[in-house]
Ligand binder design. Structure first.
Ligand SMILES: NC(=O)c1ccc[n+]([C@@H]2O[C@H](COP(=O)([O-])OP(=O)(O)OC[C@H]3O[C@@H](n4cnc5c(N)ncnc54)[C@H](O)[C@@H]3O)[C@@H](O)[C@H]2O)c1
Length: 331
């Protein structure tokens, strides 16, 4: 299937475009106002347009992936809805709840929509979900996540935007927490197969001199009572351990290390309660979460079963926004 990409920056160029190709798709065209981004796309053999309208009018795409900064998701998604083209939009759904509600409204009776929560597609996380469903650790009790990195005021992804929009409260919609925590919230819902409720967030602006949070601690519980805890940060040195996901069950502990992120691999082990031995769990170590996500979205667009859901993602944004707004009052 032929993909169009709106916003050809860091994540699109380094992770999603290779993921599309690995999944058997074709990147046909990109739209980006940046001459450097368009030059890069053309060097890779993709048609390049200055804006989404021109790209969609050219009729080169069966599917679209949107990877613009968070406050620039709405217009491209609306344009895809109007053109009747399935659209996979990067997380968070938008920078604000109002923009997310507008995206949901645009997709009513529209084409397929997915939020690009790539973490739910990581093969290690799929294996983890299967282990939970197969009762390997008994009834789940708690999900514990650390997902952290270093983003200082001068941070730029290689080849990404000239400015650090992640530290701009309007363009990003917040800081470390809106950027990183939704991955873990969505992933936990996917692992448990049920929604989270009762979310609360504590924020900090501890290390970096910018106007958004550089760290946060989140707690929640699932509808049936599984506890959720997540520490996300822009203020954690990259050299330290900073990507860990644990699911505690009544008979054991699943531990995924270095699986949260953009790349394939990492490790997944099960530590049963009745033995000290850690057993590695098998998963496809060669497929990146972006390749798995691209494959899932193409299968969905062909009419196959899928777990993309605007209603679920909007419900998560509503839950998140309430807690985030409350937390900001205390920052
Ligand atoms: N799933 C993940 O792991 C992951 C990782 C990184 C980023 N993201 C998300 O992807 C999105 C992009 O992040 P990034 O790091 O690639 O940013 P980036 O700044 O590197 O790239 C954004 C690109 O969008 C372009 N752009 C801006 N406005 C546009 C518009 N109106 N139309 C078309 N193009 C436009 C910019 O010129 C730039 O090339 C964000 O929503 C971010 O949260 C997700």
């Amino acid at each position: 299937m032929r993909w169009g990409i709106i916003g050809f920056g860091w994540v699109a160029r380094d992770y999603m475009a290779p993921g599309i190709v690995a999944a058997g798709g074709v990147v046909a065209a990109v739209a980006d106002p940046s001459p450097a981004a368009r030059a890069c796309a053309e060097a890779l053999g993709f048609a390049a347009f200055e804006d989404a309208a021109a790209m969609l009018a050219a009729g080169l795409c069966d599917l679209v992936y949107v990877a613009t900064p968070n406050d620039a998701h709405l217009d491209p998604v609306r344009a895809c809805a109007a053109a009747g083209i399935p659209v996979l939009c990067e997380k968070p759904v938008a920078a604000t709840l109002d923009q997310a509600e507008a995206i949901a409204a645009a997709m009513v009776d529209g084409p397929l929509y997915g939020t690009a929560f790539d973490q739910r597609h990581h093969p290690a996380h799929r294996a983890m979900a299967a282990a939970i469903a197969d009762d390997v650790i008994g009834r789940p009790i708690a999900v514990r996540i650390v997902y952290a990195c270093w983003v200082d005021p001068a941070w730029r992804p290689a080849g990404g935007a000239a400015d650090n929009w992640r530290a701009d409260p309007v363009r990003a919609g917040g800081g470390a927490v809106i950027d990183l925590a939704l991955h873990g919230l969505d992933l936990t819902q996917s692992l448990l197969g049920e929604p989270l409720i009762a979310l609360s967030i504590a924020l900090q602006r501890r290390i970096h001199a910018y106007p958004v949070d550089d760290g946060g601690m989140l707690t929640a519980r699932s509808a049936t009572g599984v506890l959720f805890q997540s520490h996300v940060a822009y203020n954690c040195a990259e050299q330290l351990p900073r990507r860990r996901l644990e699911v505690l069950g009544e008979r054991g502990l699943l531990i995924a290390t270095d699986t949260m992120g953009q790349t394939a691999g990492g490790s997944l082990v099960c530590r049963p309660a009745d033995t000290a031995a850690e057993t590695p769990l098998a998963f496809d170590r060669a497929t990146s979460p972006f390749a798995a996500q691209a494959a899932a979205f193409m299968a969905a667009a062909r009419g196959g079963p899928h777990d993309f859901s605007m209603a679920r993602d909007l419900a998560l944004m509503r839950l998140f926004d309430r807690a985030y707004q409350d937390a900001r009052l205390c920052l």
